[in-house]
Design a protein around this ligand. Structure first.
Ligand code: AHR
Length: 669
């Protein structure tokens, strides 16, 4: 029995938020280091910022009980053959003689001693013995800093496969580094003739001692190549393209828990993530706690400057998340006193960040830093988020202080208030009371990590929300088998059922897109086999990117969200059928004009069937011309189906796309 659904564009009045669907980017699962950052070398600057191996755990519960112990392990990820490799002690005072002064004050470097021949090796981020993905015919640029010391001989860069065979090698060319007296810039280009997992090596042919720092191996086809704005960190192209497919209207970054840190010293400090790369001092990554050996650090080669550029390239609004002076909500052990100089510094950092992003280089030293990096024009920035998943009175006091300081200088800046996360048992009520107290320019951010059935039910969540305060869903996923804190963090993987639940939820987001300002799935990226979180949107390995079923859902919604909400009469629809519709111009400019029809006059209807029954639906679009082109896109699979990108031994991988889209009809309106 067929039901008729009427999508009448003439009844579409309420506007859809123009930043409705976006992306959330945090360095978890090697999303950034080992992923989006195009430098394939792990621990490239010998800072070795990790957490104690003894702390290794994969349960949130254990993380909350233990204190992190940052360790400096400068030679982590590096091996030496024949010669010796050491990391001289840091010369904090910078008073050392010329031969031991670091490239950057207070930073580490490596010292290689060769008796005639020595080799240093780095296997990259994927822990497979040789974990760097070298692709056939692609040029890989090597760029390192070398101080020759007593070394007399030549240096050769090479890519070596798992059997030790060199796929490509080239002598490093050394030119004096104008910015660092005594150091040379060492460069080479390597072009592997076949695709393979490789290690990167520098072979010293000659005797003596030399120093090494800031080692980069970057594929020439990286994102940002040849663009003067991308003068510092650069990105892996296929991952940027997979994110671009989501047509994000905003990007929320850099976290997540990373923003807050395991303690306040580990909170994300945007100031150490901008400026010349050599000056960006790495920090440990709290997600390293759930990696064997704490084997994960944040190098900040992708930092605030790169995040803002990425937003610009994607046509997405930046939503930087700044800390509220409180450690990660899962520990909640450290909170900066409101009247402390440390908290005053947190507030000042937020103001400085806004000035860095939007200020005038002629008058602002922060803005000058941005201009020097290659972006004299201000970045567009009209919203910030304060805190991540923080909640409760301590948070609200700190939120208010930061919000007031921002408002005094930037009255038109929207501010996102954290309501917490339902997965961790937080109730949102206090945040909503705060929002009702003063809703001007405020967006309340609710996070959900819940079971598929909960997420399906949440499709109606916003139908009854008050219309006077905007809401964001900054993180959500249908990932947990059941309610509360998972221990260990083993959410259900990306089955089609979870994707379907998220699609159902998105019909509710779209239907209420006047009050729901923004929504982003979390987490976004995952280096397969090295993740801390099982349910992610885009899986990748050193060679390939595999969008999950959930990615298809996000992509389909984002590509078809239009500018006004079409009210639908849902009475009489079979249970399990969820619907939404929008009309007008596309928000992401995706649908090409076809058959002479303007792209700004389309109706997009979403139907999501979650009960596993065939639904026969007749769709009526009043006002549509007889024979108007119709495009139908279908995503269907069994509940357990999932797309997989699997390692199958010896560095080979297997791609199994079990969930894919079917499209019929013209690519028209
Ligand atoms: O998305 C992974 C984590 O989940 C985020 O860092 C945090 O905000 C949430 O609890």
């Amino acid at each position: 029995d067929r039901v008729t659904l009427v999508a009448d564009p003439s009844r579409a009045v309420l506007p859809v938020s123009d930043i409705l669907l976006g992306a959330f980017l945090e360095d978890i699962n090697h999303a950034i280091d080992g992923g989006l950052s195009a430098n394939l070398i792990a621990n490239h600057s010998f800072e070795g910022a990790y957490v104690s191996r003894r702390l290794h755990t994969n349960t949130i519960a254990a993380v909350t009980r233990r204190r992190p112990r940052p360790v400096s392990d400068p030679l982590r990820h590096w091996r030496v053959r024949s010669g010796t490799l050491a990391a001289p002690a840091v010369d904090e005072a910078g008073t050392g003689d010329d031969a031991s002064t670091p490239l950057v004050p207070g930073a580490r470097f490596a010292r290689l001693t060769s008796e005639g021949a020595a080799v240093v090796r780095n296997v990259g981020h994927a822990r497979r013995g040789a974990g760097i993905g070298a692709r056939r015919g692609v040029v890989y640029h090597v760029d390192a800093r070398v101080r020759l010391g007593s070394f007399d001989g030549s240096l050769v860069a090479r890519l070596v496969d798992r059997r030790g065979r060199a796929l490509a090698s080239s002598t490093l060319t050394l030119t004096p580094d104008p910015d660092h007296p005594g150091w040379h810039v060492a460069t080479a280009a390597l072009r592997p003739p076949r695709t393979a997992l490789v290690a990167f090596e520098i072979a010293a042919r000659g005797a003596g001692t030399l120093d090494l720092d800031e080692v980069r191996l970057i594929p020439a086809d990286h994102w940002g190549a040849g663009d003067p704005r991308w003068s510092q960190g650069v990105l892996r192209r296929d991952l940027v393209e997979a994110i671009a497919e989501l047509k994000p209207r905003f990007v929320r970054f850099p976290g997540g828990c990373i923003v807050e840190g395991l303690d306040c010293a580990n909170a994300y400090d945007w100031k150490r993530t901008v400026g010349p790369l050599a000056g960006r001092r790495p920090d440990y990554n709290l997600w390293g706690l759930s990696t064997r050996g704490g084997d994960y650090s944040q190098s900040f080669q992708v930092g605030y400057y790169e995040y803002f550029l990425l937003c610009e390239d994607l046509g997405a609004k930046p939503l930087p998340v700044v800390g509220a002076g409180m450690a990660c909500q899962l520990r909640a052990t450290e909170v900066l006193p409101l009247d402390s100089p440390e908290f005053a510094a947190v507030v000042q950092d937020v103001l400085d960040m806004i000035e860095w992003a939007t200020g005038d280089p002629a008058s602002s030293p922060w803005a000058r830093l941005r201009a020097e990096a290659g972006h004299p024009e201000p970045f567009s920035l009209d919203m910030i988020a304060v805190g991540n998943e923080n909640a409760g009175p301590q948070y609200l006091h700190r939120f208010r202080a930061i919000r007031e300081a921002v408002r005094a200088r930037h009255p038109h800046m929207d501010v996102v208030l954290s309501a917490g996360a339902l997965a961790w048992g937080v109730e949102f009520e206090q945040a909503w009371e705060e929002a009702r107290r003063d809703p001007r320019g405020l967006i309340v951010d609710e996070h959900f990590y819940k079971s598929p059935s909960w997420v399906i039910d949440a499709a109606s969540r916003y139908d009854a929300y008050p219309r006077d305060v905007r809401v964001a869903v900054g993180e959500y996923a249908a990932n947990l088998p059941s309610g509360l804190v998972p221990a260990p963090i083993r959410p259900v993987p990306n089955t089609f059922r979870s994707a379907l639940a998220e699609a159902a939820f998105l019909t509710g987001v779209e239907r209420n897109a006047d009050v729901v300002a923004m929504a982003s799935f979390a987490p976004l990226l995952n280096l397969v086999g090295h993740g801390q979180w099982e349910h992610n949107l885009i899986d990748f390995n050193p060679f390939a990117v595999m969008p999950t079923a959930n990615h298809h859902v996000q992509r389909m919604f984002a590509a078809t969200v239009r500018e006004r909400i079409v009210p639908l009469d849902r009475d009489g629809l079979p249970p399990g059928l969820l619907v939404s519709a929008t009309a007008g111009a596309g928000l992401s400019g995706e649908v090409p004009v076809r058959d002479g029809l303007p792209a700004d006059d389309a109706v997009a209807v979403k139907l999501v069937e979650v009960a596993g029954r065939a639904a026969r639906v007749r769709l009526r679009v009043p006002g549509a011309a007889e024979g108007a082109p119709v495009r139908v896109e279908v995503l269907a699979a069994s509940d357990e189906a999932r797309n997989r990108l699997r390692w199958v031994g010896r560095g080979r991988h297997e791609v199994r796309p079990r969930v894919s889209r079917r499209v019929t009809g013209p690519d028209g309106v």
